[in-house]
Write a protein of this length. Structure first.
Length: 255
């Protein structure tokens, strides 16, 4: 009786079920590399979006300190909320597919911004919102949702990339460093290359398209990728071929 009460063979199974320090979906080397590429691109797109955002808001409310203060404040708020939400969601459901779905949502919202911006900015201006409150409200409506989703990428990626608790610090440092490098590149490229040479509509298509392409390519690494790839292709082709409203094409001679 005493010997039968011992069930040591069950213990390893229980330990295996509760001990993993990271999601199994990111255990493959190619997915580890994919996470690094994803946070790099997300950081670049985020800062590119912030820089080019002024080109949509400024023509309606002036190229003043209030525009830049509103943009910076909204993006920092979105990042703070995105960091928290990304970490919380990653602990509850550490899924590689869910992370890429978040990126697809961010890409879609970025591609839709130039369609919404003229109506949003004109509507706020016509309702009496001036150079102080107008840019803040416009930034909240246009840029808070996509930047919030982009903010979720880094903490979510840390959760997926960390294979055990001993490696969390190194993984977090590496991924956040890559995200910062991406932000630097996105700032410089958008400021010195994209804005002087491309229309605003093309820049938004490039930023959203970059997130779309990277997400679609990385999604191929997981089973059942076809629906996501099809959805990404539909969004990409639909928005890339669409003509943005004339008000979204900002006259660069005004700045």
């Amino acid at each position: 009786m005493g010997k039968k009460s011992r069930k040591k063979p069950d213990q390893p199974a229980a330990t295996e079920a509760t001990a993993p320090g990271a999601a199994p979906s990111a255990s493959k080397p190619e997915r580890q590399l994919g996470l690094r590429v994803l946070v790099l691109v997300a950081g670049a797109v985020l800062m590119g979006l912030e820089i080019v955002g002024s080109r949509l808001v400024a023509p309606h409310f002036g190229n003043s300190v209030f525009v830049w203060g509103s943009l910076i404040g909204v993006f920092m708020t979105a990042l703070s909320a995105g960091y928290y939400a990304g970490g919380y969601l990653a602990d509850r459901k550490p899924s590689f597919g869910l992370l890429l779905g978040i990126c697809l949502g961010a890409a879609t919202l970025i591609l839709l911004i130039p369609f919404e911006a003229p109506d949003v900015c004109t509507g706020l201006s016509s309702r009496g919102y001036g150079e102080q409150t107008g840019p803040l409200l416009a930034s909240l409506v246009l840029f808070l949702p996509p930047s919030f989703l982009l903010g979720m990428v880094s903490p979510f990626s840390v959760r997926l990339a960390a294979r055990n608790f001993e490696s969390v610090g190194r993984v977090a440092g590496t991924l956040y460093a890559l995200s910062t490098v991406g932000s630097i590149v996105g700032t410089m490229v958008t400021t010195f290359v994209l804005i002087p040479n491309l229309q605003v509509s093309v820049i938004f298509k490039s930023l959203g398209g970059s997130m779309l392409v990277v997400s679609a390519l990385l999604f191929v690494l997981r089973p059942g990728a076809l629906p996501f790839v099809v959805a990404a292709a539909i969004v990409g082709l639909g928005t890339w071929g669409a003509e943005y409203p004339p008000a979204a094409a900002i006259d660069r001679t005004r700045f």
